[in-house]
Write a protein that binds this ligand. Structure first.
Ligand code: FPP
Length: 254
């Protein structure tokens, strides 16, 4: 695991303002395959190292008091990858869930999966259901894993569910507002992310949380996911705290 020794594991770095930390951080964990290839290893080794990095980021959120973390683990488009890689990822998700469940309990982490979960292998679905059930009362960090997730697909399923309610006379069409719509998204129990981090340099949202990221600050680093460490996260948070969030209004600096 990559952790810079200069940063204390438990305490918030003194140059960060505790009162202005993002309350929800979303992450596009990109660059696993390229990182592994550069090191002369198979792509799957990048995913393996990616899990270690994710574990440390989750612990860091807990240590520094960031209550929600959502990561993009598998997109609806990722089925198009070589079969071996897809199978490895499914196996990895299941293995990690089984292995880390006890620690999520001690660390008081609540895990949720969002996406079209019914299309995942059955044994993985079972492990997902178990880990969501076991951790449901944990309150320190809300950890959400987007798996077989696509933002457009999520919006469409919300539209379908609302349309069915209109058809059944449960909702009036003119009463559909943002809060009604949000309540039909997979993420309805979470606040929208304040900060989106994308590793490995690409300047795209890639169909991730399309509705929820409307006002998120975006931070892109060239560092590939397997090398993203606490110091990188610290830099992302400093960068976030130096932004002025205007939510479409006129800023203080004008
Ligand atoms: C993107 O890198 C990464 C993924 C598609 C998978 C990330 C998954 C993990 C780190 C495992 C998480 C596990 C749990 C249980 C939450 P890429 O393969 O697209 O890299 P590339 O752009 O270099 O090809």
């Amino acid at each position: 695991m990559i952790v810079k020794p200069s940063l204390s594991l438990k305490t918030l770095p003194p140059d960060l303002d505790r009162d202005r930390l993002p309350q929800h951080v979303a992450v596009i964990m990109d660059g696993n395959g390229r990182w592994a290839k550069r090191k002369g290893m198979p792509r799957i080794m990048g995913h393996q190292q990616g899990v270690n990095v994710l574990k440390d980021l989750l612990r860091c959120c807990k240590d520094w008091g960031i209550p929600a973390l959502t990561v993009y683990a598998f997109s609806t488009e990722n089925w198009g990858r070589p079969t071996q890689e897809v199978e490895f990822l499914m196996m990895l998700f299941e293995q990690v869930l089984r292995r880390e469940l006890a620690e999520m309990m001690t660390e008081n982490v609540r895990i949720r999966f969002v996406g079209n979960l019914a299309a995942l292998p059955e044994s993985l679905q079972g492990q997902i259901a178990q880990s969501m059930e076991d951790t449901r009362d944990n309150q320190d960090v809300a950890f959400t894993v987007a798996t077989n997730y696509g933002g457009r697909q999520e919006i469409l399923q919300a539209c379908r569910a609302i349309a069915q309610k209109v058809q059944a006379g449960e909702i009036e069409a003119e009463n559909i507002d943002e809060s009604v719509f949000e309540s039909h998204l997979y993420t309805h129990e979470l606040a929208n992310p304040d900060l989106l981090i994308r590793t490995s340099g690409e300047m795209r949202i890639s169909n991730f949380l399309l509705w929820q990221l409307a006002y998120a600050e975006i931070y892109v680093t060239q560092t590939p996911w397997p090398e993203f460490d606490r110091e990188e996260f610290h830099q992302a948070l400093i960068n976030y705290q130096n932004r002025e969030r205007r939510f479409g209004k006129v800023g203080k600096r004008l």
